[in-house]
Write a protein that binds this ligand. Sequence first.
Ligand SMILES: [Zn+2]
Length: 397
Amino acid sequence: MIFGNPDLSMLNQIPQGDRSQGINPYRLIFEPYQNISLYDPVEIDKRRLREEIQRKLHEYFLKAAGCEQVQNCDPLKLSKIQTNTTMGYRTEFQAIGNMISDNQSKFYIVNGKYASVVDSDPSLAKKIAQETDSIIHDFFKRSSSSFPTKLYIVSEEIGVNKPHSSLEVGVAKYSKESDALGTQQSILGEYVDKNGKRIKSLENMDTLSHEIGHAILENLNPSARRDVHEAFADTVTFLVQASRKESIQKIKQQNIDLTKSNFISQISEGSQYYRELQQHPLYGEPGKIKEYIRDLAGVYKYDEKETNQYKRSLSLSSTIYSSWAEYIKYLQSQGKSTESSIYQANEVFKNLLVKTAENKVELDIPTFANIFLKNINDPKLREIFIKNAKLRNIPIR
Ligand SMILES: [Zn+2]
């Protein structure tokens, strides 16, 4: 979905309009708050935001209509411009319009190191900003490149009214857009159900990690295929989950066998969005609730003819997951504790992911798997990975 520019439908009648010069409305929300101190929630001044957006849109529409000077402007065009920018805010991207006209909620901005977040709940915004910063840092510290720009995260009112895919993790999306001021990246997440109830997707940390996974890969390698993107995002998700102290405690206390389906292999456990989705007649079976959306502890065959990118991605993500789980078992058999085995496997796999993604080649599933294998140092892990990839029909060269 392209949402980089303000509402341009009126500009179809203005032939000299230069669409590439648009300004993404998100910049207009976030830029006045760029200098606030880290993780300090600041209430959005809606009146100021509205004025700022209208002023910039007005300037932009005038320029696109070829009349920098108002007196030279065709009165018909001018009246259209006035209507579009002053008589009620209109944009093809509804989130900002909704935010401004929402008299019920206040909105807050939290400025993080790598992410700026806007939400009606300042503590959730802070949590999202800190989580995003820590995940991006954890992966980019392994890379020679650095994360180029801030991610703009809007977890409120993305203006969708139905889930777009029953296989995506929540209704959340990562997006990279260019506008007149350069490139910016955003993560959006909210689902509005048929009763108009808003369900935040990004409060589910699996959903957030998955979208951050897309952002990490896109910045390490912009030419990865869509199925590799989904596999990479799910791999980041399970590694983030497996790196939490509480997760390691739970694995230890409940003596969880990681090679079988469990809370780490299940993506998006306990999401409110997913529970609601199950009740949607188009996407689920009302009355039946499954707690997760994909399970990486399975054997999914690589199938070039599969058109669903989430299904396609599973051959790779489940190869990586099963290799990770079996490697932990192997480390334990060598006398290591559960904690240090999980810790070591997490480190090895995060390094492998970054090193593989950094290859500036077009990454499809077989290419990714083969470069990943080439980067493995431990012969035992090589053996485990080859076995798992072959089991899933991924061609290993
Ligand atoms: Zn995705």
